[in-house]
Ligand binder design. Structure first.
Ligand code: UDX
Length: 440
């Protein structure tokens, strides 16, 4: 099928390359011309395992290309909307400017092809009610239908999550309308995935929008829940990793997303829960999601706690050499959006500390985000001379550090484990002073 993907950020770029990999003829569009150029050269604009491979495969087979010109997508049968919906500068809500602009531009090119059956499929995470408004505009054009088909991809597993999702959600204007051709068209797009037996759930537009934000709110709540327990553990002298392991064995609870630490960051969970709060308030049901404010607050408090622990261990931070292990918001990613590690590093800098940050992938992005940040590529160089080490992103190479060897590099053997991944007993036995979130 002829497909366009409008907005080729993280989600859109992966979706475009994945659709080409399924055998479709795909054009990706973005207003960022630099990004388009890089993608057309087969260069991934972000670190994502497996992405560059399918990107290059599609370019080589000439079933994938990228453009900034809407006229190049005019003849597609299916248009996916993969635009970003960042947090608004003036509040908690989602900024829908990019989605709106794309739909307006699309309406213009589609008007010229009047009558041909065309499906527009929203994938962006939007406040409930957005799709219905966009549908009202798009469906004035003869033959055009809008669906909402949220994406659940995790960074680091984006290609796998796109090509082997655990479920596919179809939001349609009227789930009981037998004449609506939309679901059938999208079935053709996803045929190879559906043939494997992937569950496909058809529902109203509003439910589909809510599925996505509810899933992210649930995940954020689960993390903040265990982090709240971690706060209690710190006072009670208990170990949160013991609590998490034991409650996680109850399969109604499940062990995933119960890792206590500096909390969640990234381009999705933080902004999605805030937008969810804002949209509930706008709908007059703010009380329903009031608890998400606390979820956000717990998450922020964990960052404060690390700075407090650093002060407990070092006293005045001015001029003290601190090494931060990790800059990305999670391992196997170069994404530093709302990264707990980076925010803690910049707070320590603001307190006058001499901070050095290392990370296997994210240093270039970290520098762009925090001008003046001192970064060190080599892990051993970064550790040399440190008076305090903070492990804030659990990259494999940091989890595997040998306490004896690291001790020979640092000036003072002090470490804060912000992700609960080191064995405190091993580190203490090697002469380290160890503090860990939620652990005695
Ligand atoms: C998330 C959702 O998982 C995904 O379904 C959605 O489409 C986009 O948002 P992502 O942002 O890639 O994906 O990261 P995820 O793996 O969910 O982790 C989010 C954050 O939570 C990270 O900062 C991670 O370090 C943190 N986290 C995760 C914890 O602090 N503890 C945990 O137990 C799990």
């Amino acid at each position: 099928m002829k497909i366009s993907v409008i907005g080729v950020g993280y989600l859109g770029a992966v979706h475009a390359a994945s659709m080409a990999d399924l055998g479709h003829d795909v054009v990706g569009l973005d207003v960022d011309e630099q990004r388009i150029e890089r993608l057309n050269q087969g260069e991934a604009p972000f670190h994502e395992p497996g992405f560059e491979e399918i990107l290059r495969r599609g370019l080589q087979a000439q079933t994938l290309r990228f453009t900034s010109d809407y006229r190049d997508v005019a003849d597609a049968d299916v248009h996916f909307l993969g635009l970003g919906t960042p947090q608004r500068a003036d509040g908690l809500g989602a900024d829908l400017t990019y989605v709106r602009a794309a739909v307006d531009a699309l309406i213009e090119v589609l008007s010229a092809r009047a009558g041909a059956p065309t499906l527009v499929v929203g994938k962006s995470t939007v406040p409930v009610g957005t799709a219905r408004l966009l549908a009202a505009d798009l469906e004035q054009l003869d033959g055009v239908h809008l669906m909402w088909n949220p994406e659940f991809l995790r960074e680091g597993f984006a290609v796998q999550d796109t090509l082997e999702p655990d479920r596919i959600v179809y939001g349609v204007s009227d789930p009981h309308d037998e004449q609506d051709p939309s679901a059938g068209i999208l079935d053709e797009v996803y045929a190879p995935i559906l043939e494997r037996g992937t569950p496909r759930l058809v529902m109203g537009l509003e439910a589909a929008e809510l599925v996505k934000v509810s899933a992210n709110a649930f995940l954020a709540t689960k993390i903040s829940f265990i982090n709240a327990i971690a706060e209690l553990c710190e006072t009670a002298g208990a170990d949160v990793t013991d609590v998490a392991r034991a409650i996680g064995m109850d399969d109604r609870i499940g062990k995933k997303f119960l890792r206590a630490g500096v909390g969640f960051g990234g381009g999705c969970l933080p902004k999605d829960i805030r937008a969810f709060i804002a949209s509930a308030e706008e709908m007059g049901t703010g009380h329903s999601l009031a608890f998400l404010r606390e979820v956000d607050a717990i998450n922020q408090r964990r960052r404060d706690r690390v700075v407090e622990l650093a002060q407990d261990m070092l006293g005045d931070l001015a001029g003290r050499r601190i090494t931060v292990l990790g800059a990305s918001f999670k391992p196997d990613s170069d994404d530093v959006r709302d990264s707990p590690a980076l925010e803690i590093a910049s707070r320590l800098m603001a307190a006058g500390a001499d901070v050095r940050v290392t990370d296997p992938q994210a240093l270039a992005n970290a520098q762009r985000r925090i001008p003046g940040l001192v970064t060190v590529d080599d892990l051993e160089d970064a550790l040399t001379g440190a008076e305090l080490v903070l492990l804030l992103t659990e990259w494999r190479e940091y989890r595997d550090l040998d306490p004896e060897h690291v001790r020979s590099l640092v000036a003072q053997p002090r470490i804060i484990d912000g992700r609960g991944v080191l064995d405190p007993a091993d580190w203490r036995a090697a002469g380290w002073e160890v503090a860990a979130l939620g652990r005695p």
